[in-house]
Design a protein around this ligand. Structure first.
Ligand SMILES: [Zn+2]
Length: 133
């Protein structure tokens, strides 16, 4: 049974990696929730020299569903994918999914805040700040 389960998950993984792009261009200001979250997370990472209020959203995850966002300094900037994860957290979202939060950066600038499912559950939102460890 375990083998069947594993190959099922592997095929799901392969599907999800190939059926959508890394990111979708998506330009907007940060939402109030994203600002609060980044205000909480960014000061905890030594190498980050940018404040949440200086960030714009310039891309979102290619799946089009999860809250993963990519940052620029202005709305005209292009996303910088796969820059390098410098910090990670974990917390349970309101729908019960254990959500990993990965922060990537380049030269002190946050490039991406990525949500990953740690228990296979669907990701619809960031965990509440008081759930984040
Ligand atoms: Zn996604």
């Amino acid at each position: 049974m375990r083998l069947v389960e594993r190959s099922f998950h592997e095929s799901q993984y392969t599907m999800s990696r190939t059926s959508f792009p890394y990111y979708i261009p998506h330009q907007r200001e940060l939402s109030r929730e994203e600002l609060r979250l980044l205000d909480f997370l960014l000061p905890r990472v030594d190498c980050i020299k940018t404040r949440a209020t200086d960030l714009k959203v310039v891309g979102r995850c290619g799946c089009g569903k999860c809250p993963t966002i990519l940052f620029g300094k202005s709305l005209d900037d292009h996303p910088i994918p796969s820059a390098g994860v410098v910090a990670s957290w974990s917390g349970r979202a309101d729908n019960g999914t254990l959500v990993g939060i990965l922060l990537s950066e380049r030269d002190g600038f946050p490039t991406e805040l990525e949500a990953v499912s740690e228990d296979g559950g669907e990701i619809r939102s960031w965990p509440p700040i008081d759930e984040i460890r």
